[in-house]
Design a protein around this ligand. Structure first.
Ligand SMILES: [Ca+2]
Ligand SMILES: [Ca+2]
Length: 180
């Protein structure tokens, strides 16, 4: 994000924002005017990398990848784009992510950023925060069925509830998130 190449503004000058190369504007104002009270008109522009979609309530960008990967490699792909595996921390984000991945592949399983790899039964989001009150586990899940099911996924055959599966499984697709 840049504003006329960093030129400093005074009332009543107008700043024209543009997204950095490879990013697209999703929300906010491309032109903001410096007002007499030293505040700016409009609202902050939000840019997402190409292929990512902006979700206003979380102010983050998300992309469902149409490629298969184990959990660790998926997380590395997200990290190389400056983000993490997506975190459906509340019902609104969860619904947004379900629609996003269904538009890519409504039958595939998709990883998202939740794991109990470090301590069995202690689920932690991709940003290190412990899973709180909100969850959407499917019936009987997580079950750690093969004793090493430590990574979370969307389970389209069960109304897109969450399930646990071995992190080393390579046949899943995945969803990333990145800041604006
Ligand atoms: Ca587990
Ligand atoms: Ca399981």
């Amino acid at each position: 994000m840049s504003c006329n190449h960093g030129y400093s503004f005074r009332y009543p000058e107008t700043c024209h924002f543009s997204c950095n190369h490879g990013y697209h504007l999703y929300a906010g104002s491309t032109s903001r005017t410096c007002r007499a009270d030293r505040t700016w008109s409009g609202s902050a522009a939000r840019c997402c990398p190409g292929g990512y979609k902006y979700y206003q309530p979380s102010q983050l960008c998300y992309k469902a990848f149409n490629q298969q990967s184990d959990y660790t490699s998926a997380a590395a792909t997200c990290s190389s784009g400056g983000g993490t595996l997506a975190i459906p921390r509340d019902a609104g984000i969860n619904t947004f992510l379900i629609n996003l991945k269904n538009a890519v592949d409504s039958k595939a399983w998709f990883w998202f950023g939740l794991t109990d790899r470090d301590q069995e039964g202690s689920w932690v989001w991709a940003d290190g925060v412990a899973l709180g009150h909100f969850n959407q586990w499917g019936p009987g899940r997580p079950d750690n069925a093969t004793k090493n099911e430590d990574c979370a996924l969307y389970w389209p055959q069960k109304d897109n509830k969450w399930s646990d599966f071995p992190c080393s499984e390579t046949s899943l697709k995945f969803i990333c998130q990145v800041g604006t």
